[in-house]
Structure formats: C-alpha cells, structure tokens
Write a protein that binds this ligand. Sequence first.
Ligand SMILES: NC(=O)c1ccc[n+]([C@@H]2O[C@H](COP(=O)([O-])OP(=O)(O)OC[C@H]3O[C@@H](n4cnc5c(N)ncnc54)[C@H](O)[C@@H]3O)[C@@H](O)[C@H]2O)c1
Ligand SMILES: O=P(O)(O)OC[C@@H](O)[C@@H](O)[C@H](O)[C@H](O)CO
Length: 505
Amino acid sequence: MGKQLGREILSNTQRQANEEMKQSPVTVLQIGEGNFLRGFFDWMIHSCREKGLFQGSVALTQPRPTGRAKIAALQNQDGLYTLVTRGLENGERVEKKEIIAVFSTVFDPYSDWQQLMTLAESPSLRVVVSNTTEAGLVYKPEPLVEGEPIQSFPGKIAWLLYRRYLALGGAVEGSGLVFLPCELLERNGDELKRRVLQYCEDWSLPEPFREWVSTHNRFLNSLVDRIVTGYPTGDQAAAWFSEWGYEDAMLTTAEPYHFWAIEAESELDEVLPLRQAGLNVRWVDDLRPYQLRKVRILNGAHTLMTPLALLHGEQYVRDVMLNAAFNDFVRGAVAEEILPTVAMPEAELKAYAESVYERFLNPYIDHRLADIAMNSLSKFKARLLPTLLYYVDREEALPQRIVKSLAALLRYYRVVREGGEFTGRALDGASYSVRDDAASLELIAEIWSGGRPIEEIVPLLLSREGIWGRDLSAIGGLAEEVTAFILEMEDGAAHMKIDRGNGQL
Ligand SMILES: NC(=O)c1ccc[n+]([C@@H]2O[C@H](COP(=O)([O-])OP(=O)(O)OC[C@H]3O[C@@H](n4cnc5c(N)ncnc54)[C@H](O)[C@@H]3O)[C@@H](O)[C@H]2O)c1
Ligand SMILES: O=P(O)(O)OC[C@@H](O)[C@@H](O)[C@H](O)[C@H](O)CO
C-alpha cells in the first residue's frame, strides 16, 4: 500500500495554494460528488484559482444518501483528487495530471444537515452548481419535517432558499443565488426552477418568498460538453500510483475537449471568471443553436455510424474512425448533409466537427458502439431524422448517407424475440441483442417475421408513426432507396462492402 493522497503529498507551492483555498470563503455550493463535475466544473474553478482569478472555494455535498462513500473518500484525502486529462488536441496526444484543490468543505448533508443550513444563510454564497443525473430532477413528493434532511435535490434547494430568505431578508440586493444545474436536460435551469417552486407549493411556503425565488435567483440553462471517463479501467490506476508515489481513490480522467454554453449575460464573468481563465465557456443569448450543434453533429454522427458499423463487425467508435471507408462516410455525411442544415456560422460548425472527429479518435477512450446503439429508434428520430426532413421539406434530393444509415438501422432491427431478448444477426451472421422500447421491437420483429418481400417490409417499417413521429413511407423515393441499400448490404454488393482499411462502403 502506497501513501494516500492528502496535503502532505503536495509540493510546498501547492500546499500554500491549498491552505489559501481552505481559508477562502465558500462562494460555491456543489451538489453532486460525481465524476462529471469533478472532471469539468471543479477543474475549471481550479484553473481560475491557479490564475489568481477566483478568490472563493467550493463546499461539496452529495444529493442522495448513497453518495456518502465518495464524500468520505474525499474527506480522507483532505478534499483533494487527481484529474488526468488525456486524448488528442490539435492532432497531438496530450496527457496532463493535476491535483485539484477547490473543496474547502466536504460534508454529508444527511448526517450534518445543520452545515447545509448554515451555508444557506451565508452572505458569501453566490453559486449553486449541480449534477444529479436526469433522475435527480424527477419530482418525488415528500413531507417537510423541520430539522430533518430533505431527500430530493430540488426539495433541498427549496428549503435552502427559504432559510436564506429568512436569514438575509427578501429585499436585500444580492441575497439570491445563481444556479447552474449541469444535468443533461434541455433547459435544465428552467426545469430545476419548476421543481423548486413545486416543493414551495407542496409545503405551502409563503407567497412573498416564492416571488423572491423567481425574481432574485437565477436558474441558468446551460449545455455541458466533455467526456469524463472517471476512474480508469484495468491496470492503469495502479501504474500511475506507482509512478506518482501516492494512491488516489477519487482519481478521475477526462478528454481535453470541454465546452460550456450558458444562457446568461456576460456580466456573470464577475461571479465565475471562466472565460478570463481561457476556458471554452460562452455566455449566450440563446442556447438552442449549441444544443442543435451537439445533437446533430456529435450525437448525430454517433447514431449515423452505429448500426452500419455494428452490422459490419466493428465494436468501438475509434475503430470506425480509423477505418478509411467509414471515416469517409462519417465525414462526408457531417460535412455535406448535416452541417448545411444547422443555422450557425459555417466556420464554427466546421471547427466543432473537426473537434468531434478528434474526440472520436481519442486513443484513451473505448466508446462501445453497442452502448450507443441502445434506443437507436428514438436517437435516429431526434438526431438524424430532422436532417433528412430538412431536405424533404425543401424538395431536394435525399441525403444519401443518412438514407444509408436509416437502411442500416432497419436492417440492424431485423430481430426475433428469443426469451426476454430481441436478437439480430450481423452481415457475417454474428448474433447481437437490441435494446429499445419493447413495444416497438415487438412490432418490428413481427413485420420482419412475416415472410414478406423486402419491398413490402421497408414501407411497412417506415410507415409506423408511433416510432418516427410521422409516416416516412409517404416520402417520395425513400422506401425504394432504403430497400436498395438493404439489398446491397445483404448481397455484399461492391459499394456497401467494407474493404477494411481502404475500401468503400
Ligand atoms: N461523464 C460524462 O462524460 C458526462 C458528460 C456530460 C454529461 N454527463 C452527465 O452527467 C451525469 C453524471 O455523470 P457522472 O459521470 O458524473 O456519473 P457519476 O455516477 O460519477 O455521478 C452521478 C451523480 O449523480 C448523482 N445521482 C445519481 N442518481 C441520482 C438520483 N436519483 N438523485 C439524485 N442524485 C443522483 C450521484 O449522487 C452523483 O453525484 C450523467 O447523467 C451524464 O449524462 C456526463
Ligand atoms: O448517452 P446517450 O446514450 O444518449 O448517447 C450516446 C452518445 O452519443 C453520447 O453519450 C455522447 O457521447 C455524449 O453526449 C457526448 O457528450
């Protein structure tokens, strides 16, 4: 057993910076001990502090009782943890190790409720950041028992705000807080506010307070973008620990790419000087283009490649991008079919697309296509169908690569029910299981099973409004093109075959 990370591991300079941080007022409350916030937000605050731009510190709590273990592990390490950032940046491999020191307080709100209440009443507190997954924002009614910890995340916020309102007085300028929920939900700030107000109503908290919640507090909508891969798999951690001379139970890893679009005015730089620290953060008037950019390009490219690549025996995103034929296919689809449909400056879109390819090629991330394949029906509908419909609505030629990926999706969903599973067969006959909405899979399996010719199957599949949101069989030429692609795939026709490394799809 080596030494555990703690303040004695730090160099003299780091120790001094850590002591200064510990003495700094708590300006940020963080609800969420998970990997993502530690590899994203806390790293950002650490970067700001290192540049002398941020004089506050972060108090960390977990949103649910089960997060206790990580809270205890951080307490055991004086609030410190290591972040290794690794991947490609402008074509170069980077690997950077940092000991992140931003938590001046780490506590379990279920055993130390009073500490949360004291923080709630602190005039120094300005920001509340969270990531509790989508599940954390689901509304679960609960009774209010004064002095007892509140279970839900938005319920905690409602009570925290009430205590703050009582302590600081509603009218006081600056008594409100800035909320930055990082959950991956559209308009996450609005969602948190709605939930908080729901608890205020459930507990009959006074009307003037509710008014103050809405008018003096900011619930900001934002879009986070960074792949944070957490504690490394295999022997990597042990190898690093022996190199570093210490062990770290809270070690996390992330890709170099990071982006945060926050719908708010840039004056908030004063509260969070992230941009001044050179971070890729943008205060924006309208978040929608950024959401669209990510969903259509990054997630769209994932969904575009997944069924086709799985049918051809690929397993990982990186391997798809290293295959010349697939690489051409993905880049061609993004550049010629997806980008023209997103209303943002072309140079910006191209730069984002390039960063996405680099992220897909990250030598340190094994992103399984089988994981991305889960719920591919709704993913196609949200991520690629709007692009296809853009051309349909303008009566332009159908985008061939997206049509091909739709063909691959339908072929990938050629499933039979075996026990509790729906299984399909790749082009080489290998079996796989498909995870998606059971009713849709049932329906699709039934359509494929009837012994009909493919020319009948495809229009039937495309006509299911319950799956696609509209009758796709009504789109002129689509069923014929999809059918032709499936037949070519099955026949192993030259242009649907992969000549590994150098061929064509
Ligand atoms: N890791 C990434 O690359 C990444 C990137 C962008 C967004 N995200 C999103 O961030 C979320 C968290 O990811 P992570 O990598 O930090 O995972 P994690 O497992 O390390 O952390 C999950 C966090 O959510 C909390 N949580 C889980 N279920 C909850 C519930 N029912 N109620 C309240 N809190 C709950 C946990 O206590 C913990 O703080 C995911 O939903 C993911 O979609 C992750
Ligand atoms: O997470 P999912 O299953 O909704 O989608 C799979 C990927 O497209 C997705 O995880 C991206 O990698 C992620 O959104 C990048 O920030």
